[in-house]
Design a protein around this ligand. Structure first.
Ligand code: C2E
Ligand code: CA
Ligand code: CA
Length: 708
């Protein structure tokens, strides 16, 4: 940026002098104006900012010194340096000028080199002093509270200095926020921004002695914080603000209202809980219950549909909770001080005052469940959120209010573990389970560090030829102390904690590598590898890119890869799931619906998912000899949709026979092989001297062969 040229004002009674000086200074790149006497100078400077004045003080009538004094009354030497020009020798007049406030004097007739040098010196001094003054002001502001963020706004350049602390309060590094005022205003909550503007404008217009106001501002993580903003304008002698500086103080903690939903926040809730607790401790007749509610799969919604939709959903849920609890109040005529609060994230709590029986609490929990499960229309799509609810009822054994909250939380976890979308009442066994779960989580992290995981492979077999067409990769945990832990025990914890992504990637990469080894060794290019993908992993935004990279690195062909997904992973957001599936498919990767038939919406969505394969859940296979209705239906459905059907958990010859009769082509199960080590799987391939199935076998054509 080139610096702005300085503006100089020449004051001289002599027109020829004015002219000469104007030409000299303009030639040096200054903006120059010239007037003939002190009075005009005062007038001129009122309307035009000048950086320096050259003032001739020899004019008759002492006019020059008077003008100098008048100017100094209004402008200090830092703001406006004045160089006095005087022809008098003996310094008498020059000394007067200095006493009247001149910054420097120059003898006349003027030497052009001297005048330029003096002007530059004065301007440099002015700059240095201004910078010093600025940093002093900043320093003074900083001293007000080191925990506050500071800002310093220069109206002339329209730039704002934001202190590093100002930025870090909002979660940003120093270089992530620029110098524009919008950096501030665009982050302010839409409901507050006009007020902040109005408050600042009022102060600039001198309607208020300083600016002060509260507003919400968005942190980098998407959450809003409450801030107290304060500031004061720096004005020139005419009262015009040319700069404003101030601070921003985080007052979120002191606020008792949740910024997003307007519900009481944790601080207020704990306060109310504390009061109810104290009351119950004092009076045998007072009791209360606490409901702890956590939305199921809210993370999925947030990750797949974005924070905005997630926020919208939380606001709607907050409204529903309040309405439900209010209606319960009027029906039960119990205490009317129920408090619905948002603790944070997707966690809500409800304090049911004056409730002593577990039954009353259950009734309310049931109403809440029913209310929440009504669909949400968001962006013209229906979401069906459910919540896991924990209930704890006060009893005199409690010694602190936090214990009740902890127990309601534990009961909520137990509701989640038992299948979500339900409520549980706290009992002491749950405590033990919660502790065990926490232990498992820590163990899981440790196990991942120590590489205690291993992949087992279970063959997928073509029923007609009994030949292996591929393998499903199944993870095992060789726990150092507890021995082999089956995935059913640790996958849910891994999903909840997000560890599943790293774990899933490891499975993915290892299994692809292994499949490629088998293909090369046995010349079996048709051999496929089935990999289970968790919902979390599936909704990672870079999944397609990721698969592409792994396939490229392992040199496995896309068509050898089958990703197994479950309906429950697809359902929170079917549209996004379909989009991801399409992208995977267009890349050549195959998709299987795992555990088909156990989900809640099997048929309605099936035709919309771009699948290649259905896997019949083993629970249906194990019952099929008594009742094969479901298996028959699934096979027919698969055939109508042109899908390959794999039966899981096949354990007997009679099941094989029946499956073939029904037109099922592929199966997995203990009768063929349990899941085994890679080396044993290699032995299986060797033993059957694996020949790649013919194209017709491998494609979905097999049952069409049989139906011909
Ligand atoms: P799944 O995908 O439905 O896997 C099939 C399960 O059935 C496996 O249990 C397998 O050992 C078992 N199985 C196979 N044949 C028979 C049989 O004839 N009879 C009986 N009773 N069971 C049979 P496993 O290995 O314990 O895996 C359980 C679940 O854990 C899997 O169900 C899958 O949902 C999950 N899982 C396993 N590995 C992974 C993985 O790498 N990633 C993810 N996300 N999930 C995995
Ligand atoms: Ca599977
Ligand atoms: Ca399955």
């Amino acid at each position: 940026m080139t610096p702005r040229p300085h503006t100089l004002l020449v004051v001289d009674a002599d027109a020829a002098n004015r002219d000469w000086m104007t030409r000299l200074l303009s030639g040096e790149g200054f903006h120059v104006s010239a007037v003939e006497n002190g009075k005009s100078a005062l007038q001129w400077i009122k309307d035009n900012p000048a950086d320096l004045i050259l003032l001739e003080i020899d004019a008759p009538g002492d006019n020059g010194l008077k003008a100098l004094r008048d100017l100094r009354k209004k402008y200090d030497p830092v703001q406006l340096p004045i160089i006095a020009l005087t022809a008098e020798t003996g310094n008498g007049h020059a000394v007067d000028a200095l006493n009247c406030g001149a910054s420097d004097t120059i003898a006349r007739p003027v030497d052009s080199a001297i005048v330029l040098a003096r002007i530059r010196t004065q301007l440099a001094l002015k700059r240095a002093e201004e910078a010093l003054r600025e940093s002093e002001e900043r320093y003074a502001l900083a001293a007000v509270g080191s925990n506050d963020g500071l800002w310093d706004w220069h109206f002339r350049t329209s730039r704002v200095y934001f202190s590093p602390r100002w930025k870090s309060m909002l979660g940003y590094d120093a270089d992530e926020i620029g110098e524009k005022p919008e950096e501030w205003f665009r982050r302010i909550h839409p409901d507050d921004v006009n007020r902040v503007h109005a408050d600042i404008t009022a102060h600039l217009g001198q309607l208020t002695p300083h600016y002060e106001g509260e507003y919400r501002i968005q942190h980098k993580d998407g959450n809003y914080l409450w801030m107290l903003g304060r500031g004061i304008a720096v004005r020139n002698s005419r009262g015009r603000a040319y700069r404003m500086a101030g601070s921003q103080t985080d007052i979120t903690r002191g606020k008792v209202v949740d910024v997003l939903t307007g519900l009481p926040n944790r601080v207020l809730f704990m306060d109310r809980l504390g009061r109810s607790f104290a009351l119950a401790k004092r009076s045998h007749f007072k009791s209360f219950a606490l409901i702890f509610l956590d939305l199921d799969s809210f993370k999925l919604i947030n990750d797949s549909l974005g924070h905005l939709i997630g926020d919208q959903m939380l606001v709607t849920i907050a409204g529903r909770l309040e309405a439900t609890v209010r209606s319960c109040d009027s029906i039960s005529r119990l205490g009317r001080n129920h408090t619905v609060a948002r603790l944070g994230g997707d966690e809500f709590t409800i304090l049911l005052d004056d409730i002593s029986s577990t039954q009353d609490a259950i009734r309310i929990a049931e109403r809440i469940s029913a209310e929440l499960s009504k669909p949400f229309k968001i962006n013209s799509q229906d979401l069906f959120p459910t919540a896991s609810i924990g209930i704890a009822v006060y009893n005199p054994a409690y010694t602190t209010p936090e214990e009740i909250l902890r127990d309601a939380d534990t009961a909520m976890y137990s509701a989640k573990a038992l299948g979500k979308g339900r409520y549980e009442i706290f009992d002491s066994d749950m405590r033990a389970n919660a502790v065990a779960r926490l232990q498992l989580e820590n163990e899981l992290r440790r196990g991942m560090e120590k590489q205690e995981f291993e992949i087992y492979y279970q063959p997928v077999v073509a029923l007609r030829t009994r030949k292996i067409t591929g393998f499903e990769a199944l993870i095992r945990w060789n726990h150092c102390a507890r021995g082999v832990i089956p995935p059913g025990e640790f996958i849910p914890v891994a999903e909840e904690t997000g560890l599943i992504v790293a774990l899933g990637q490891w499975v993915f990469e290892t299994a692809c590598q292994q499949a490629r080894i088998w293909q090369t060794r046995f010349g079996a290019t048709q051999l496929s590898i089935n990999i289970n993908i968790s919902a979390r992993h599936f909704l990672q935004s870079n999944l397609v890119e990721y698969c592409r990279n792994v396939l490229h690195e392992t040199q496995l062909s896309e068509s050898s890869l089958v990703l197994e997904v479950t309906e429950s992973a697809m359902m929170p957001d079917p549209d996004t799931a379909i989009e991801v599936m399409r992208r995977l498919k267009s890349f050549g990767i195959k998709l299987a619906m795992d555990d088909f038939g156990t989900g809640y919406s099997s048929l309605s969505y099936l035709h919309r998912f771009p699948l290649d394969c259905l896997k019949i859940d083993k629970s249906f296979i194990s019952r099929m000899m008594e009742d094969d209705e479901i298996v028959r239906t699934i096979i027919t459905l698969g055939r109508n949709l042109g899908l390959q059907v794999i039966a899981e958990g096949v354990e007997t010859e009679s099941q094989i026979e029946r499956l073939m009769q029904l037109g099922c082509s592929y199966a997995q199960g203990y009768i063929f092989s349990i899941p085994v080590h890679a080396s044993e799987a290699t032995d299986l391939l060797m033993a059957e001297q694996f020949h790649p199935p013919t194209l017709a076998d491998a494609a979905f054509g097999e049952y069409s062969l049989m139906t011909e």
